[in-house]
Design a binder for this molecule. Sequence first.
Ligand code: ADP
Ligand code: MG
Length: 341
Amino acid sequence: MMIKRIHKLEKFIANKIAAGEVVDRPASVVKELVENAIDAKSSKIIVEIKEGGKTYIRITDNGVGIHESDVEIAFERHATSKIRNVSDLDSILSLGFRGEALASIASVSILELITKTRSSDAATYLELHGGVVRERKEVGSPSGTSFVVKNLFYNVPVRLQFMKSNVTETSYISDLISKFALAYPDMSFRFISNGTIIFSTSGSSSVITNIANIYGKEMARNMIYVSKIREGMALQAYISKPTLSRGNKQLQVFFVNGRYVKNKIISEAIEEAYKTLVTINKFPICFIYLNIPPNHIDVNIHPTKTEIRFNNASAIKELIVTTLKNKLLEENLVPNVNFEK
Ligand code: ADP
Ligand code: MG
C-alpha cells in the first residue's frame, strides 16, 4: 500500500493556523467585527466586553445584515461580498476584502451570530464551536447583526499565554474604538466594559465633540482644524497648538480613506511641520484625515491592513507639511522669520 506523505490539511485545522495572522488578541477580534459593522453601513455600533474581551465580546450593529442564505458561507475562508475580481483590489473602499476574519475568529472561539436583513421576516441565529456549526434556528430580532465571541482561544492554549491583564486588554480595545469613533464621526459608538459604559459618541458628525467625549474638553479646546484639497487629495486635520503635546506619539492618529493606519510618511510630515515648535521628546496631538483615490494606495501589504503604501508619497508628505505649517503660522503660533533681505 502506498503511504501518502503529503496531504491537504483539513479545513478546520487550516483555518485555525491562518487565524494566527488575523486574530492575536481580543482587540483584533473587535477590530475585524467593527470593520464589518462599518462596511455594513451601520449608523450605530455597540461593543460590549467582559474581562478584557477574553471571555466575552459582543458587537451589535444596525447595518444591512447577512442574508439567510449567506449566513454559513460567510464563515468560509476567502468568502466575501466586498470584492469579486482582481481588478477590484485597485478600488477598495470597504475596510474588509480578504474574507478571512469570520473564518478565523470562528475557528478559535465559541461564536454566536444573530442577523437579519431589512427584507427578511425573521432573524437567523447561528452558533459555531471552533468553526463548526452547532446550531441554527430562526429567532426574532431587529434588522442588523450581532456577534458574540465567547472564550477566545479556548482551543489554542498557547495563544492564551500571550494575553495580557484584563486591564491592558481593555485599554487596547478602548483605544481602538476611540479611533473608529474618530474615523467615523457620523456613526454612533458605545463601548461597555463589565457592564459600565466607558464612552459613547452620538454620531453627530463632529470630530471635535468626539475628541471632547473621548479625551476630555480641555484637549478639544486646544485643537486647531485645517483642511486642504489638492490634486485629488483631500486633507483634514485636527492638530494641537504646540503648547499641547505628549511624551509619545500615541495621539498622532491617521485615517486614510476611513481606514486607521500607521504610516511613517505622515508621521515624518508632522514632525517637519512642528519642527522648532515642540521641544525634543515632545509630540503634538494630531488627527489626520486623508482621502485619496484608492488606486494611489496599496492596503494589501499586511493581513491586519493597518499598514499601507502610497504611490505618491512625496506629494502627500508635501501636502501635509505645508498645510499644517501654514496653519500654525496663520494662528501666529510660529515666530514669523523673514529670510529675504
Ligand atoms: P470581509 O470583511 O473581508 O469580506 P469577513 O470574514 O470579515 O470578510 O466577512 C465575510 C462576509 O460576511 C462579509 O463580506 C459580509 O458580506 C458578511 N458580514 C460580516 N459581518 C457583517 C455584518 N456585521 N453585517 C453584514 N454583513 C456582514
Ligand atoms: Mg471583514
